[in-house]
Design a protein around this ligand. Structure first.
Ligand code: ACM
Length: 492
């Protein structure tokens, strides 16, 4: 039980209480519809791994070996995402106050099973033993996210779903999609169709472009929701907009229309901020993103606006955050936005460690909530070390230890204002899902543990041993992870 990542709040093993999943095991559900996503996900995972039928039945009808999912009053300390997992030789029981808690409990159960559960059926060769005992668990932070940059290189729906599956394994609950940048616009906007068809037509190095139709985006949103993950779309402005300007030169102040861009420099593009057309553009893009996105948040970027006048920048941030609120959503911006006076409820995301924490402090001083993504800890597009072929180096290297061995409280943001943490995966150098996986694991597991686990559980020495045990699971999942040298993988 002690190898679970993120580390649970408490673990009490019980000897001689192991449960064995058998061909007659059922998933017994009580507590109504909110239990269904966890039950459906767990049944699919167990059926695939074991080859057993594993029907889902109402708890009142379960007469045999049961994995019980029970939504009821499981105690206020568990919140909406916590769970209690009890394993005896007669049953496995997951109790929670809400569906997300059951789902996270199911992820813990998954990690307690032999790693072969991750592969196509190994029926007959593996005993599906769940070790006896009790785990009580709930997260430290509400926001445990990962950002995927689909703008520098485009990744299709199947890749994004596979990424969502990796996030679910480590109890992340947010996928932030960086949908727009200088090199590509990746979401169809009906009122401005050339954004996707022209702005989305290429990628870094002239690699193939692409974009999500509204139906594809909704498919991603639904797939994520079934895994208790919220999709946060990012429309990055007023800089990082070259793809939009190439599609609609009238949004630029430049005399010559900008060409499509396939390089990786930043900071050269800006919307023309004093045109009424730009206001209409902002309102219509945000309106469509808000209509497509059931979650509460829309990310407005705001980073590296080096070609926007400072006075214009502040007015722009205030205008765009207001537009997001007017469409019923909560605006998030990279922490540069905290240069502007911000309305209550805006969220800032700290990333730029080169500013020595100034933007995080400025956000905290305005009393708003902050997501921490310090680049030298959380940017998993940075090289692991000097030998890593993929990735950038400006904030790195970021070793497996760097990604794990840090404390969110060290950034000058009072604990109640820390909404959570987020890994960032920029894709200037990443072209394939295998590239994404190589940069993501093992580092995502450590960042997820920082977001979920109690500070008192923090220990690099025990973490690296627990992490080593996950390699077999990643192999069974056919994940192209990196056997980083700061972990002794033979201990797994
Ligand atoms: C960023 O890395 N420019 C947010």
């Amino acid at each position: 039980m002690s190898d679970v990542i993120p580390a649970p709040v408490s673990i009490h093993p019980a000897r001689d209480e192991d449960f064995v999943i058998s061909p007659s095991s059922v998933i017994a559900v009580s507590g109504g519809d909110a239990a269904q996503p966890a039950a459906t996900w767990l049944a699919a995972m167990l059926r695939r791994g074991t080859g057993y039928a594993i029907p889902i039945v109402p708890a009142t009808e379960a007469r045999q070996s049961a994995i019980a999912l029970s939504l009821d009053d499981a105690g206020a300390s568990l919140g909406d995402e916590g769970y209690r997992l009890t394993v005896t030789d007669a049953e496995v029981r997951i109790q929670a106050n809400a569906g997300a808690g059951l789902f996270h409990g199911a992820q813990t159960l998954r990690q307690l099973l032999p790693p072969e559960i991750e592969a196509e059926s190994s029926e007959g060769t593996v005993q599906w033993v769940v070790p006896g005992g009790e785990i009580i668990d709930h997260p430290r932070y509400r926001w445990r996210g990962a950002m995927l940059d689909v703008a520098r290189h485009f990744f299709g729906v199947a890749d994004v779903k596979r990424y969502i599956d990796l996030l679910a394994l480590y109890k992340c609950n947010v996928l932030h999609l960086h949908l727009t940048d200088d090199q590509g616009w990746r979401i169809a906007i009906a009122s401005w169709p050339r954004l996707a068809t022209v702005g989305g037509s290429t990628a870094v190095d002239g690699d193939p472009g692409g974009y999500y139709s509204a139906a594809e985006y909704r498919d991603i949103v639904d797939y994520a929701a079934a895994r208790c993950i919220n999709i946060v779309p990012e429309f990055d402005a007023p800089g990082h907009v070259n793809a939009a300007l190439a599609a609609y030169p009238e949004l630029s102040c430049a005399a010559t229309p900008p060409a499509l861009y396939t390089g990786i420099e930043v900071g050269f593009s800006t919307l023309c901020l004093d045109k009424p057309l730009t206001d209409r553009f902002l309102d219509e893009v945000i309106g469509e993103l808000a209509a497509l996105t059931p979650g509460d948040y829309i990310h407005i970027g705001g980073d590296e606006a080096k070609s926007t006048q400072p006075a214009d920048y502040n007015a722009f941030v205030q205008k765009l955050t207001r537009i997001v609120f007017d469409h019923g959503k909560v605006p998030i911006g990279w922490a540069e936005i905290s240069k502007a006076p911000l309305s209550a409820g805006v969220v800032a995301q700290y990333w730029d460690v080169n500013d020595a924490g100034r933007s995080a402090h400025a956000a905290a001083a305005q009393g708003i909530e902050v997501i921490l993504s310090p680049a030298n800890r959380c940017y998993i597009d940075q090289k692991y070390d000097a030998t890593t072929q993929l990735g950038l180096t400006w904030a790195g290297p970021v070793s497996v230890r760097d990604a794990y061995d840090w404390e969110p409280g060290d950034y000058g943001v009072p604990e109640p204002q820390i909404l959570g943490i987020e890994a960032g995966l920029w894709t200037e150098t990443l072209r394939t899902m295998a590239d994404i996986e190589y940069m993501t694991l093992p580092r995502l597991a450590g960042i997820a543990e920082i977001g979920w686990s109690q500070q008192s559980a923090h220990s690099w020495d025990t973490y690296r041993q627990r992490l080593a045990t996950h390699a077999e699971r990643w192999e069974a999942m056919s994940v192209n992870f990196h056997r980083a040298t700061d972990v002794d993988w033979t201990q797994g």
